[in-house]
Write a protein that binds this ligand. Structure first.
Ligand SMILES: [Zn+2]
Length: 137
């Protein structure tokens, strides 16, 4: 097996800075429109970590579809996650990651779909389906 290429050890500081700026631009292009009000509503609905059910004050905003996979920082794509789930999931595709962690991905997808339906019912038509969600169930 060939050794993994290690960009960090060979890239010059200037190159790394260029990559960092590119990532910044990519992030600013996606519409990150989650408001504090929406975040509190999300917390209300889930009542704990969306993945493992852990409750506590330290729940973090996690993108179901990671930003690196085209996800956005919006009310449709953000769920509460405990620090442990958030760190573990990182950039993983959500259903694959939940299966690996032996978490109940069926229950999660159902709750999330119900939440999205509630959003649409509350007068937000045209909310897109999460890409990659349906064909992986
Ligand atoms: Zn968790």
């Amino acid at each position: 097996m060939p050794p993994r290429r290690r960009y960090s050890s060979t890239a010059s500081p200037a190159t790394r800075a260029r990559y960092a700026r590119r990532r910044q631009r990519r992030l600013s292009r996606v519409d990150n429109d989650l408001t504090d009000q929406q975040w509190f509503e999300i917390l209300d609905v889930w009542e704990g970590c969306a993945y493992c059910g852990e409750t506590g004050p330290a729940l973090q905003r996690d993108c179901v579809q990671p930003i690196s996979r085209g996800g956005r920082y919006t009310v449709e794509n953000v769920v509460p996650a405990c620090a442990s789930c958030n760190a573990s999931k990182h950039n993983s595709e959500v259903t694959g990651w939940m299966r690996r962690k032996k978490l109940d991905e069926g229950a999660f997808l159902l709750r999330h779909a119900t939440f999205l339906r509630t959003l649409r019912g509350a007068g937000r038509p045209g909310v897109p389906e999460l890409p990659g969600e349906a064909d992986d169930v």
